[in-house]
Design a protein around this ligand. Structure first.
Ligand code: GLC
Length: 540
């Protein structure tokens, strides 16, 4: 078991960390079955270390029938043979630890698989001891579902169980029945899962669909969503104010935090939440007793422009409880790729934004290569979540390690198509100073060198002309960032503010000189600037 290191500098490690979401199924296959696995990750830990991330969140590896590719857990304390064995988790912890990185697991508390022994028992009869571990209701008078709640995977959130004549609730696929967190035995069993992994030395958990853990105790209908638009996923027709987002969820989080607090090393909880910033911040909890890092997904759906980002960051920063640490996300395995949403030029600007904002950034696997949504022909579709724009396979296609067949991901037939593109692979990008990979590495290295990018305050300066300008300042250093958020070249000016050195540009053609008075940004260019005292004799 890897020793758990304490943080230096009086701050918990996760306040300085950049997180990397590793989508296990598509990262690296080691045995030729076309599916990524833990021994595969072990082969690539040096890649993660060279990239410069601090912590790796690995998506579920637990035994699972894979109806939702591991988010349908049949045993929370095991490893599916497709992905390896328990000993591989220990090896991974050690390998990451040796390189100064931490491991965050995916904890899936809202539901289990239908194949989980708890559900098999619950479903056997109405009087089963574990019947109440799940959410069962009588049919409505017309025989239909007990209420109008919708599944995020499509259709009703209720499935009728012929054998026992009741409906059970599933916020996702029918193969993912929701646990009843109002039952103390469920709570205890699921807290025990945390202890199991904490005992092995993991440093934290990303808590899957945190906001869904508790539902209205009286199972009242959800109201219609006035902002629903045709083309939105079906489940967005309703506002999930009864089927999710109950304030008592924070009591559950407090119990999880109490478990973590018994372990040394500042273990962390990251909440998966898709709320607007105003409600998101409630998940820090009273006296910061909630999750330390509630995911802020708001950049994912923002209208991409300088004013939009400036307003979002200002609203978020203003709404954060005292001492709370912000979080930022540009992509994950459930959302279309950032390079497809914004285009390759703005994807570079977005990476600079992500890694220079205040707070904990999470980088999604492959975004460091600028990967785009893959084309998935209908016969290769694996994701069972339905609805417009919902095929999540496109952002889950395998990592491109090299330009050979299987892209270095697998020697076999990959579970999703690999989509090689000239210059897209790690091998092609690592020697190219102008590549997305080189930019991401440079941004991560800059973040390590410039403490102000980690602990400095945020100050938004302007969004005029679609150029976002902000500063990060600590007691020693002032860093200024200017992001041109479209493809038109822009002139900017810092007249009277002294000279600035370009520490990093998204544009490989920019010479790293001084900026003084008026300066020009190329289309899609972002720069990180440091004030410089030119009397010091630096280059002009
Ligand atoms: C989370 C996961 C997603 C999964 C769902 C149900 O949103 O990120 O992939 O399908 O939970 O577990």
């Amino acid at each position: 078991m890897a020793p758990v290191r304490m943080s230096g500098g009086g701050q918990p490690w996760w306040r300085r960390a950049v997180f990397y979401e590793l989508y296990l199924r598509s990262f690296q296959d080691s045995d030729g079955d076309g599916i990524g696995d833990l021994p595969g990750v072990l082969r690539r830990v040096d890649y993660l270390a060279e990239l410069g991330v601090d912590a790796v969140w690995v998506t579920p590896f637990y035994p699972s029938p894979m109806a939702d590719f591991g988010y349908d857990v049949a045993d929370h304390c095991g490893v599916d043979p497709t992905y390896g064995a328990l000993a591989d988790v220990d090896r991974l912890l050690e390998a990451l630890d040796r390189r100064g990185m931490r491991l965050v697991l995916d904890y899936v508390p809202n539901h289990t698989s239908v194949e989980h022994p708890w559900f098999r028992e619950a479903r056997a009869s109405r009087s089963a001891e574990r019947r109440d571990w799940y959410l069962w209701r009588e049919p409505a008078p017309d025989g239909g579902p007990p209420n109008n709640w919708l599944s995020q995977a499509g259709g009703s959130a209720w499935t009728f169980d012929e054998r026992t004549g009741q409906y059970y609730l599933h916020s996702f696929l029918p193969e993912q029945p929701d646990l009843n967190w109002r039952n103390p035995a469920v709570r205890e069993a699921m807290l025990q899962v945390l202890r199991f992994w904490l005992d092995r030395g993991v440093h934290g958990f990303r808590v899957d669909v945190l906001g869904a853990l508790l539902k209205d105790a009286d199972f009242r209908d959800d109201p219609p969503n006035p902002r629903y638009q045709p083309g939105d996923p079906d489940f967005m027709r309703l506002l999930p104010i009864r089927s999710a987002n109950q304030p008592e969820i924070l009591e559950i989080v407090a119990a999880m935090r109490a478990v973590l607090a018994r372990y040394p090393g500042e273990r962390v909880l990251i909440g998966e939440l898709y709320d607007p910033v105003e409600t998101l911040v409630s998940y820090y909890g009273p006296a910061l007793g909630g999750v330390q890092l509630p995911f802020n997904m708001n950049l994912l759906w923002l209208r991409w422009c300088a004013q939009g980002v400036l307003d979002l960051v200002n609203r978020y920063e203003a709404g954060l409880p005292g001492g709370a640490w912000p979080t930022w996300v540009l992509g994950n395995h459930d959302q279309p790729r950032v390079a497809s949403r914004l285009g390759p030029g703005q994807a570079r600007v977005a990476a600079m934004l992500l890694l220079t904002l205040r707070g904990a950034p999470t980088l999604y696997q492959g975004d460091e290569l600028g990967l785009r949504n893959a084309e998935i022909p209908p016969h290769r579709v694996r994701d069972r979540f339905t609805g417009p724009g919902r095929c999540r396979d496109q952002q889950r296609s395998p990592m491109l390690w090299d330009d050979g067949p299987g892209a270095g991901f697998t020697a076999g037939e990959p579970w999703l198509p690999v989509e090689p593109r000239a210059g897209a692979s790690v091998r092609a990008q690592q020697e190219d100073p102008g590549s997305m990979l080189s930019l991401t590495r440079a941004l991560l290295a800059l973040r390590r060198r410039e403490a102000a990018l980690v602990d400095g305050d945020w100050r938004g300066i302007s969004a005029a002309d679609n150029v976002l300008i902000y500063e990060r300042c600590n007691a020693e250093r002032r860093i200024r960032v200017a992001l041109n958020m479209d493809e038109t070249p822009k002139e900017g000016g810092f007249a009277g503010e002294g000279a600035w050195r370009v520490a990093l540009s998204t544009d490989p053609a920019r010479d790293k000189g001084w900026i003084d008075g008026v300066f020009t940004l190329a289309g899609d260019e972002g720069v990180v600037l440091r004030p410089e005292n030119r009397t010091g004799g630096g280059p002009r």
